[in-house]
Design a protein around this ligand. Structure first.
Ligand code: PGA
Length: 246
């Protein structure tokens, strides 16, 4: 049976002191459960302090650069994250793709570098409203996955988590119905089976993201192919974060 993975995505919210207070307060209320991976992807500057207070939840990163070191002003390397015991790194979020113009080639380099370092990329994919309305969701998502996983072998891919996040559902309150999310995620699983074989496809964890809240997470996670959620807004408030894990 696949585990569940629920990761908050704080984006560029909170300050370090707010964040420490939050994690101190919720961490002891999160029961350690071997079937659930619970975490929060936080701004890089908070990782060091939060890793010291988090025992039951994983402190994840929202981004990284693929080179080990060098003249890359403003970037964070994978060895820097690794030293702070980061295990999961969100890669290719639609905000990084749209606002910061990250392309599939860069995302592919990050995925490969993370796997090589033994960290787990949470690789995001998902379509715009325009693509969704034109019925081309699956073509778009397959292209993203094939480009972003280029040169990733069947052995290496075992360490990847996929997050399907339709852009039209992010931060809009417009959640994809559980049926829409299930259909696309089943399509992703089938596509990964064609790339890497059925055994991997049966095991890979695939999250849904886009306006997930405590009120709707149950029916989303009840879908057979959805293994968890990547949650923005609803992960910023303590009760609501804890509500996602119940
Ligand atoms: P949202 O964000 O839950 O606020 O829609 C999801 C995400 O961007 O990962």
């Amino acid at each position: 049976m696949r585990k569940q993975i629920i990761i908050g995505n704080w984006k560029m919210f909170k300050t370090n002191s707010n964040a420490i207070e939050f994690v101190k307060s919720i961490d002891s209320q999160v029961e350690s459960n071997s079937n659930l991976i619970a975490g929060i992807a936080v701004p890089t500057i908070m990782i060091s302090d939060l890793s010291k207070v988090a025992k039951n939840i994983k402190i994840a990163a929202q981004n990284c650069y693929f080179e080990k070191e060098g003249a890359f002003t403003g970037e964070t390397s994978i060895p820097m994250l690794k030293e702070l015991n980061v295990e999961y790194v969100v890669i290719g979020h639609s905000e990084r793709r749209d606002i910061f113009k990250e392309d599939d080639r860069l995302i592919n380099n990050k995925v490969k570098a993370l796997i090589a370092a033994g960290l787990t990329p949470i690789l995001c994919c998902g379509e715009s409203l325009e693509i969704y309305e034109s019925g081309k969701t699956m073509d778009h998502v397959k292209k993203q996955l094939s480009d972003d996983l280029k040169e990733v072998s069947s052995d290496q891919v075992k360490n990847v988590v996929i997050a399907y996040e339709p852009i039209w559902a992010i931060g809009t309150g417009k959640v994809a119905t559980p049926e829409i999310a299930q259909d696309v995620i089943k399509g992703i699983r089938d596509y990964l089976a064609s790339m890497y074989g059925q055994e991997f496809a049966n095991e890979v964890l695939i999250q849904y993201g886009g306006s997930v809240k405590p009120e709707n997470i149950k029916e989303i996670l009840a879908q057979p192919d959805i293994d968890g959620a990547l949650v923005g807004g609803a992960s910023l408030v303590e009760d609501s974060y804890l509500g996602l894990l119940k």
